[in-house]
Write a protein that binds this ligand. Structure first.
Ligand code: UD1
Length: 330
């Protein structure tokens, strides 16, 4: 059976561009949209790209009408947690309000399937650090709140119509396309693996450990790092699930085990074969000690089977991309 086209918002960004490649490689018809504020035109490779805002209802209604789209994958968002603390309205605007407008455009145009990029940030600081989808949601920063309110909108819209969605709550997405075509190119990055790789290639003088006194095995924060290619695979699985008629659902997307900041930095140094300048600094505001996914649901209901669950594999791909960026800056 032939399917209609998929609109990928934020397709020039880190995760969107990896999903776009996987969808294209299995022959899906895709259309990219990105305002290129933080994304990179090069990341879209050969897909058709519309430059514009997902919150622009007039634009989106026209796009839906012209391109025969029946599914949206919605990645476009602002994603820097510390920035969200200083500029919350930017996050509610770019994430929550834009999602509301996008959803409104979908409803008007008869688009009834959407895959949403949510985040482990919706859990906040859960006791024990293990996040089950049924846990009470209590984000501790505006980024997490902006994603949670978007999830609520999707839930309520699905309850009141024939609209169906899958919300994927990503844990710590890292790494790059194994073929080295695209990767994480974010400017002013704050994410640990990206920052450590930048330090290895000399883009930064050092890397900081934010907090060494957490109640974790080595005192540093523990996170569930998940390879961006496996995250992309979860989107393909979510698409198939919606096409099978699957009901609206929320899934964690993580490997169900974590690594500490020190373990990550050791991996980076091992893979690079060189030493980082590491500075121990105070805790960063809003950082929970441990965040690890419970992820039985995504495996059983979507059939998600991760293939790159290995920290060194993640770091190796991230570092290869960072070195490529050094040679050929985007
Ligand atoms: C945050 C969000 C997550 C979101 C991600 C990307 C929370 C709780 N988590 O992840 O949902 O998907 O951003 O937007 O809001 N660290 C250092 N030195 C550094 C950088 C980080 O020690 O230079 C430590 C942090 O304290 C933390 C770990 O490394 O323990 C991971 O941090 P980071 O990579 O920034 O991601 P999160 O904050 O976990």
């Amino acid at each position: 059976m032939s399917h209609k086209a998929i609109l990928i918002t934020g397709a020039a960004g880190y995760i969107g561009s990896h999903v776009l490649l996987q969808l294209q490689s299995r022959g899906e018809q895709v259309l990219a949209i990105d305002n290129l504020h933080t994304g990179f035109r090069q990341a879209v490779l050969s897909a058709p790209l519309i430059v514009g805002d997902v919150g622009d209802r007039e634009l989106l209604t026209g796009v839906f009408r012209e391109h025969g789209i029946d599914t949206v994958m919605h990645f476009a968002a602002s994603t820097i947690v510390p920035e969200s603390v200083h500029d919350p309205l930017k996050y509610y605007g770019n994430n929550t309000c834009a999602t509301r407008n996008l959803l409104d455009s979908c409803m008007r145009a008869g688009v009834r399937q959407l895959v949403f990029s949510s985040s482990a940030a919706v859990y906040g600081n859960p006791a024990g650090g293990i996040c089950d989808e049924e846990l009470a949601l209590a984000p501790v920063n505006p980024y997490g709140s902006s994603k949670l309110v978007s999830e609520w909108m999707l839930r309520d819209q699905a309850a009141s119509s024939d609209f169906r969605y899958v919300s994927l709550r990503y844990f710590n997405v890292a790494g790059s396309d194994l073929q080295g075509r695209i990767g994480q190119s974010t400017r002013a990055a704050t994410l640990l693996i990206k920052v450590a790789c930048e330090a290895i290639v000399g883009k930064r003088p050092h890397v900081a450990i934010f907090g060494t006194d957490y109640d974790t095995p080595d005192g540093t924060g523990v996170r569930d790092y998940v390879h961006v290619e496996d995250v992309a695979r979860a989107h393909v699985d979510a698409l198939d699930y919606l096409r099978r008629g699957g009901a609206a659902a929320v899934f964690n997307c993580g490997y169900s085990h974590g690594y500490s900041v020190r373990e990550v930095l050791e991996s980076v140094q091992r893979i690079a074969g060189s030493t980082l300048v590491v500075r121990e600094e105070p805790r960063r505001a809003g950082d929970p000690p441990t965040l690890i996914a419970r992820a039985e649901r995504i495996r059983s209901q979507l059939g998600w089977t991760p293939q790159l669950d290995n920290l060194d594999t993640i770091v190796d791909s991230a570092l290869r991309w960072e070195r490529k960026l050094q040679r050929e800056p985007w």
